[in-house]
Structures are given as C-alpha cells and as structure tokens.
Design a protein around this ligand. Structure first.
Ligand code: UD1
Ligand code: CA
Length: 455
C-alpha cells in the first residue's frame, strides 16, 4: 500500500507584477482561478489532505475556496518558500509523503506528479526541467557522478552555476518527517535573506539521502504565472491543448485558434464548431451537431444533429436532436427544445419547454411556458408572465397556432389546435379547435377626407 499523500500548495506571494488588487492565484485561466487548477491536480492524486498557504490578499483566497475541502494556513509575514512550508507543518501529518506545489503553476498534470511522489519513497524527489534560458530559476547542481548536490538560486549563483541549464521547477516531494527536520534547519544566509525551501536539497544530500529527479511530460506543465502577459500566453496554451483533444476525439474546428473553453466541453464525434465560440461551465454536444460562429454557450446540452446558428447565446438550455436555433437566439435557464423544434432570430426563451416540431421563428419572448408539439408561434408573440410581483405560467397545447403580435397574459391556456388571430391580447383561456381573436373589428369610412391646409 502506498503511504498517505498530503499536498501543500504555496500561494502566499504577492504577485507584484500582476499589478492587481486581486491575489494572483485568484486570476482566472480557462474560466477557473489559478489555484482551482492546482487543487484539481491535488484531487486527481487522491491526496489525503491538502493545505494551502496564503498571505497576500487576506481572506479572499480561503473564502474563494471555502467549499473545496482544503485547509488554509496564513503565512504572515512572508519570509520565503521554506518559511511558507514550515508554517504549514502544524496542519500536516508526520507520516506519509508531502508534495509541494505552487499556486501560480496551474498546468501541472497528475501523471507528472505521480512520478515525483513515487520518487520520494526513496528519499527526496524534485521535478526539474532543462531550459534554453534558465534566467531567474534555481539551478540544479550535480557532482561528477550526476548526483544532485544542491539547488542554487539565480541571485546566489556564480557564473559557472548560472550557466547550468537544468532548473528547479519548485515542485518536490519528501517523507513528511524528514522534511520537517530539514525545514527546522533552514537559515536566511543568502542574497534575499529568506528561508529557501530549496536549501533542503543540500541538507538531504549531505545526509546521504538520495535525491531523485524527474521531468514533466510536457514543458508547459511547469510554466508559472508572474504577469498578465504570461497569463494570456498560458491561456492560449490551455486552449490549444483543449482544441487538440477535441479534434482527436472527432470534432471539426473551423479554426483551432479561435475556440475558448472555460470549463468542460464534451463532444461526440462529427460535431462541427465554427470560429469564435465560447463554452462555459459544462457543455455537452451530441453527434453531428453544428455550432455556428460566435456563439456563447454555458451549462447546456445540445443533442444529435442540432444546429445552433451564428451569434446565439445559450445558458442552462437543452436543445433536442435536429432542432435549429438562431441566428441571434437567446436561450436562458430552463429552455428545453424538443426534437426538430425551431427557434429563430431575436427569440428569447426562459423556463419554457417547446415541444417536438414546434416553431418560434422570429422576435418573441417565451417565459414560464409549456408549449406542446407542432405549435407555431408567430412573430412578435410575448408571454406576459410577470405582473410586477409574481410569475405566472402559460400553457399552449399541441397543434395550436399563435398569430403574430399576440400577448398571452398569464396565467392562461391555449387549447389543442386553437388558433389565435394576429394581434390578440389573450386574457382568458382560448378553447381548443376554435379561432380566438381580440381586436376591434376593421372599419372603413366612405367619403372621409384627410385634413388639408388648402381646402
Ligand atoms: C522558486 C524557487 C526556485 C525555482 C522557482 C520556480 C526557492 C527559494 N526558489 O523561486 O528555485 O526555480 O521557484 O518558479 O524556493 N511563496 C509563499 N511564501 C513566501 C514566498 C513564496 O507562499 O514567503 C510562494 C509564492 O506565492 C509562489 C511560490 O511560493 O507561489 C514561489 O515563490 P517565488 O517568490 O515566486 O519563488 P521564486 O523566487 O520564483
Ligand atoms: Ca516565481
């Protein structure tokens, strides 16, 4: 059995270069705070306990993740990465393996971390990477036999060490008890007068403890965020990876560089997505469905063969198989479109089911309504669902025909097969199979003359 794993995420730093009132780890990447990505990686490892060390930005960080199950430890003042981990010790067990992650290194993948953790069973395990330009990072110093001796920070490095290209990613793992003993021996005898976590490597090596190193599967996994420019570049990296994954799964993307997924997008094969679409929350798209350009789709399900045309906006909606939506449609929470239903331009639908084969093709508001099958909703139809205090329901039964420019003053019911004449203001139920119309009879006045200035 593997020893229990505990994860510490260091997230107390200021993030000066973000130039922001928001703590750095709360800035969003692919629709989720940076720290959320790291917590997700910790959860994927099945960590028995996760501790987040926070400082700058105060309670904003713990309150943003109040429901995450993580423990939060305040580091105040911030005296370096070694000090940060030392502050976390009271919240940690003395047994098992401790894995250290960084709140601003969000793309780290569980498989890479598993290799780091398994390296720690024999001693100390460090994730390193070779960089063409190692500027700014701690350098990994090895002896002639290739054994790791220590990590030297940029500011403490001489020219020979500065020329080394293998750098410390910051991510490491060690047996909890040993790590605590090394942390107790850290000093601030360095260029920044800080407690460097990286000094535990030299302490371990001096004790003859094996220092195991491993590398990330992908170089972008260990990229950190220090500025908004780096955050924007990382966003592109994440989106590129998402686009590649979708294409591998059989999705056609008109342009993989013009897709933004800020959550999870599950697509069946042969889905086609045009340029400029944004997917938020959890979106599912069935086989052969097509999403036109510049749609924004959040927390919705689109079934097989449906079409969502350009500039449509969906939130909390369900679109049935072979249905057509848009262009310029707005589906709000609780919009449920049946099979082959049609919703056209400038139609807004909220908390309303539109049955199989029913159509609302132009300029309508349908709210708090149940609409049966094969109903035709004419242009300009409005459900008057709100009386200023309460919402009321409208029911339209199968095969009804709602003439253009109709107001349905809810609560009201339109019977099966009923027809409402154009311009009707319906305040009472319309009986099934009949024509109901509420407008003044048309009248023409013979001999009437329009007023004129020159009689
Ligand atoms: C650190 C490593 C360096 C490594 C680099 C990788 C040390 C001494 N150096 O340097 O070897 O190459 O990361 O990016 O560890 N933090 C706290 N409390 C503190 C100080 C920092 O929680 O008192 C957190 C920060 O929020 C951040 C992380 O620790 O998430 C790293 O801190 P940072 O100051 O960026 O370390 P570097 O100087 O980049
Ligand atoms: Ca850093």
């Amino acid at each position: 059995m593997n020893p229990p794993l505990q994860v510490v995420i260091l997230a107390a730093g200021k993030g000066t270069r973000m130039n922001s009132a928001l703590p750095k780890v709360l800035h969003e990447l692919a629709g989720q705070p940076l720290l959320g990505h790291v917590l997700g990686a910790a959860a994927a490892l099945g960590a028995a306990r996760t501790v987040v060390v926070y400082g700058h930005g105060g309670e904003a960080v713990p309150s943003a993740f109040a429901g995450s199950g993580a423990h939060f430890v305040l580091q105040e003042p911030q005296l370096g990465t070694g000090h940060a981990l030392r502050e976390a010790l009271p919240a940690l067990a003395h047994e098992g393996i401790t894995l250290v992650l960084y709140g601003d290194v969000p793309l780290i993948q569980p498989d890479t971390l598993r290799a780091v953790v398994s390296g720690a069973s024999a001693g100390l395990s460090v994730l390193t990477v070779k960089l063409d330009d190692p500027t700014g990072y701690g350098r990994v110093v090895r002896d002639a036999a290739g054994r790791v001796l220590r990590i030297v920070e940029q500011r403490d490095a001489d020219a020979r060490v500065a020329a080394l290209r293998e750098v410390n990613t910051g991510i490491l793992a060690a047996p909890a008890g040993r790590l605590a003993a090394w942390l107790a021996r850290l000093t601030t005898d360095n260029a920044q007068s800080e407690y460097y976590l990286t000094d535990v490597i030299a302490l371990a090596a001096a004790e003859g403890v094996a220092v195991h190193t491993s590398q990330p599967a992908q170089p972008w996994e260990v990229m950190g965020v220090n500025s908004r420019e780096q955050l924007a570049a990382m966003e592109r990296t994440v989106q590129r990876e998402t686009a590649l994954r979708l294409m591998t799964a059989g999705v056609s993307l008109a342009d993989p560089q013009r897709l933004d997924v800020r959550g999870t997008l599950d697509c069946a094969p042969d889905v086609h997505i045009d340029v400029g679409c944004i997917f938020e929350g959890r979106v599912q798209v069935g086989p052969g469905a097509r999403i036109g350009p510049y749609c924004v789709i959040r927390d919705s399900r689109i079934e097989a063969g449906a079409l969502v045309a350009a500039f449509s906006h969906l939130e909390g909606a369900q679109v049935g198989s072979s249905a057509r939506v848009g262009p310029y449609a707005r589906l709000r929470p609780g919009a449920v479109l049946g099979q082959a239903a049609h919703v056209g331009n400038f139609v807004e639908i909220k908390a309303t089911s539109l049955g199989e084969g029913s159509k609302a093709n132009h300029l309508a508001y349908l709210g708090d309504a149940h609409i049966g099958r094969n109903v035709n909703v004419g242009a300009g139809t409005i459900t008057c669902n709100y009386d200023g205090a309460h919402k009321h329901r409208t029911v339209i039964e199968d095969d009804a025909f709602i003439g253009s420019d109709t107001q349905l003053v809810a609560p009201v019911r339109v019977g099966r097969g009923a027809t409402l004449g154009a311009g009707t203001t319906l305040t009472k139920d319309a009986p099934e199979g009949q024509l109901t119309v509420s407008r003044a009879r048309q009248l023409s006045v013979p001999g009437w003359k329009r007023p004129s200035k020159n009689p």
